[in-house]
Design a protein around this ligand. Structure first.
Ligand code: GLU
Length: 257
């Protein structure tokens, strides 16, 4: 089984931009365990800008491009340092891959990217991917890691994309505002009704929200791959997912008739 797991900023940092060590340790433990059981795991992790904000003692997420890119540059080091250290506890080797939109748009670069991922996986490595925020030009970049993880899942023929978020899945209404909101467990078709449920942004330090998650679902499901949105606060859910159970909201990939 080949799994792409996207980790949102809010899963691994507190609202202050400081690292949530408990979450990172649990995540690395579960991913290492899955890897040992034979599951190939590729991580797409956000958090560079968030951790940069914490490390540079900025009071909030910057809005100007230069400070954002500077924060990403500082935070990416911290992010990989934290992962490398946490995964070493479980005898795992990680690698960093930073990509820009051109890397997935130009066929030759995409082919090289795919070959490198395959090689890393065959060497037993856990690749950790992020957008190269420091050099990406915002307007032309991939822009958010929900979309990036979908592009990655599609390019490496993953069996499943899992988006770890700060919410249990897609709801019939905003559960923070509407008590009667219900979790939608299965989405077979991403129609206008589903799209209309997904407005707005996530937490303060995050880039995406439900809208970018639906965009990601469209990319992977049209390539025949399933996608699950589940809460990153309960990392052990990844075990259930690897066992074929659905937790949160599953978007079913289009199958050949
Ligand atoms: N690449 C950004 C970061 O590492 C995050 C983008 C996103 O969360 O969608 O901070």
């Amino acid at each position: 089984m080949r799994l792409v797991v996207k980790i949102g900023t809010s899963t691994i940092t507190y609202g202050t931009g400081k690292i949530n060590y408990r979450r990172i340790d649990n995540l690395c433990k579960v991913v290492s365990d899955l890897r040992n059981s034979g599951v190939e795991v590729i991580l797409v992790s956000s958090g560079a800008i968030g951790m940069g904000v914490g490390k540079l003692h900025l009071h909030k997420k910057p809005t100007d491009i230069a400070t954002k890119q500077a924060a990403a540059s500082v935070g990416q080091c911290e992010l990989m340092y934290v992962y490398d250290r946490a995964f070493s506890e479980f005898n795992q080797t990680v690698s960093q891959i930073l990509i820009t939109a051109e890397d997935v748009e130009i066929p030759l670069r995409l082919k090289n990217f795919r070959n490198t991922i395959n090689k890393l996986l065959s060497l037993g490595v856990i690749p950790i991917i992020n957008e190269n925020d420091t050099v990406s030009v915002e307007e032309f970049g991939i822009g958010d890691n929900d979309t990036l993880s979908a592009i990655v899942a599609k390019s490496v023929n993953a069996d499943l994309l899992v988006l770890l978020s700060d919410i249990d899945g897609l709801y019939t209404a905003d559960p923070h505002k509407t008590h009667t909101a219900k979790l939608i467990e299965k989405v077979k078709e991403i129609d206008d009704k589903i799209v209309s449920l997904a407005k707005g942004k996530g937490s303060e330090l995050a880039t995406g929200g439900m809208e970018t998650k639906i965009k990601a679902a469209k990319i992977v499901t049209s390539a025949g791959t399933d996608m699950i949105i589940t809460n990153g606060a309960d990392i052990e859910n990844l075990y259930k997912i690897a066992d074929g159970e659905s937790v949160g909201t599953i978007f079913l990939g289009k199958r050949e008739e």
